[in-house]
Design a protein around this ligand. Structure first.
Ligand code: C5P
Length: 241
């Protein structure tokens, strides 16, 4: 793995703010306080289902890089169409479930221009699932093993990277290579409330251990001053405090 300095310097804007809001007004009020030069944003299923593509277009017109976190999982033709539609919308990153299998992953990859602007990321095992949950659906391996299997399959199908926990980054970079993009949620600046996250890492720890992008929601969205909080997070990552 590259040394810490190289990892930190690789991506200038590693923080993706999760816009986990249920209505346009609250989402827009937060976005007004964010600077697209400091962070990227993530739009998930709830916000997208409520306020749709127009909101995504609005974010893009404000120069935000948008991660459309809709985790597509369907037959190859349908996923290919959805991924192509996301790229047409102009999103920076879109994701699919790796458990959709090789044909689905390859169809998703083919639906995007190879050197285009939209990154294609896969979800491996949902962090809400443990060993018992996997056994119940007839997957008799540990979540860690399954994450590795699905990450390798994704890389093999030309997917740009995976969403994973910061604890998995070192082994995934080792197995697949430093160019494979690792996007990690479960990030909490030291001293912040954990909310419902159980195993967390600080932004600096996560970057040091090999995360390329950090998905951070409430520590920023609930902050009195979200921009100040983002600056603090970036300073921590860059070792300036
Ligand atoms: O507020 P918080 O920082 O906990 O938000 C984390 C974001 O990352 C949420 O949008 C959540 O859905 C997402 N996420 C996660 N854990 C995963 C995958 C996604 O927390 N394994």
């Amino acid at each position: 793995m590259a040394n810490d300095t190289q990892v930190v310097s690789r991506i200038e804007k590693p923080v993706i703010v999760a816009l986990d809001f249920s209505d346009a007004r609250a989402a827009s009020a937060l976005v007004e306080k964010l600077d697209p030069a400091l962070c990227r944003v993530k739009v998930g299923k709830e916000l997208f289902t409520r306020i749709g593509p127009d909101f995504v277009r609005e974010l893009i017109s404000q120069k935000f890089d948008v991660f459309l976190d809709l985790k597509y999982h369907d037959i190859p033709n349908t996923v290919a169409g959805a991924v192509a539609a996301a790229a047409e919308l102009g999103v920076w990153m879109v994701n699919v479930h790796a458990s959709g299998g090789r044909a689905m992953l390859e169809a998703a990859r083919k639906a995007l221009p190879q050197n285009g602007d939209t990154l294609l990321i896969a979800v491996t095992v949902l962090t809400s699932m443990g060993e018992e949950d996997l056994r119940e659906i007839n997957i008799p391996v540990s979540p860690d093993e399954q994450v590795k299997t699905l990450a390798r399959l994704s890389a093999d199908c030309g997917i740009d990277g995976v969403v994973c926990s910061a604890r998995e980054t070192a082994v995934l970079h080792q197995e697949i290579g430093d160019d494979f993009i690792l996007v990690t949620p479960g990030i909490r600046p030291a001293g912040d409330s954990l909310d419902d996250q159980k195993r967390v890492m600080t932004p600096a720890e996560a970057i040091k251990s090999g995360s390329n992008y950090l998905v951070i929601g409430r520590p920023v969205t609930q902050a009195q001053d979200p921009t100040a909080k983002l600056r603090m997070i970036m300073d921590e990552i860059n070792g300036n405090n």
